[in-house]
Design a protein around this ligand. Structure first.
Ligand SMILES: [Zn+2]
Length: 242
């Protein structure tokens, strides 16, 4: 983003052959609705930066935040990612969706990514921060890789469950998240997409989680898949639902 006398200009890095395509998508089709998710998120992120600048009334807008340390820069970037998430997945719409559908169903999360035209990682982050809206506590992940090595790309969890999933974070193996699931679970070679598992080392209130993996029909050609874990009541173990 460049700050000019009249405001801010946002530029997107892309390959040369993409320039014309992106230009026409932006100009002709509902102002960017059909731009690729990465580009849409970048634009929304940069719009986030513009909110931190002063007025353009008398002079070139000035940043309201002094970025004098890499930590300030990191938290500024996180803040703008958060703004981008809110622009692309507005709170009111996500709240309504949360009332109408089960966010612990990974196929529903894929539907949100497609509808909002955002990346799967952006959905995981946004649903994570909206966790308070959900009636159940849990965790959300997006992972990629082969049967032998699956890696977490995005992860979020309800804050009170953070200690339970302390090792599950982007860049780590998916096994840090699904380690308690059994051989019957689809990710371990079984054929069940849903499994309730016990975390014996956890206190009683956090001992059972229902893990769900995105179905093949929902995943389609995407390289990654959603996995969720919902805290459930011990008295209601649905064990394997295939
Ligand atoms: Zn930025």
């Amino acid at each position: 983003m460049f700050v000019t006398k009249t405001g801010c200009e946002i530029y997107i890095a892309c390959e040369k052959p993409e320039i014309e395509d992106y230009e026409s998508r932006y100009q002709n089709e509902c102002f960017g609705r059909w731009l690729p998710p990465r580009v849409r998120f970048t634009i929304a992120h940069e719009i986030g930066h513009t909110l931190l600048y002063g007025s353009v009334k008398n002079s070139k807008p000035k940043s309201r935040i002094a970025v004098d340390h890499h930590r300030t820069l990191e938290s500024l970037e996180d803040l703008c990612d958060g703004v981008a998430g809110r622009i692309l997945m507005p709170t009111d719409i996500i709240r309504l969706k949360a009332q109408q559908s089960d966010f612990y169903n990974p196929d529903i999360l894929r539907g949100i990514a497609q509808e909002a035209k955002v990346s799967a990682s952006a959905v995981v982050r946004r649903i994570g921060e909206m966790g308070g809206l959900l009636s159940d506590m849990g965790a959300f992940a997006y992972a990629k890789g082969t049967d032998h090595k699956r890696e977490i790309i995005a992860f979020s969890t309800h804050s009170s469950l953070s200690p339970i999933f302390a090792n599950a974070r982007p860049g780590q193996l998916l096994s840090t998240f699904v380690q308690h699931t059994t051989k019957g679970f689809i990710l371990n070679g079984g054929n069940c997409y849903v499994e309730v598992v016990e975390f014996p080392e956890q206190p009683e209130w956090a001992r059972y989680f229902e893990f769900r993996c995105e179905t093949q029909a929902s995943k389609g050609d995407h390289l990654g898949f959603f996995v969720t874990a919902r805290l459930v009541n011990q008295a209601d173990p649905t064990k394997h639902l295939c």
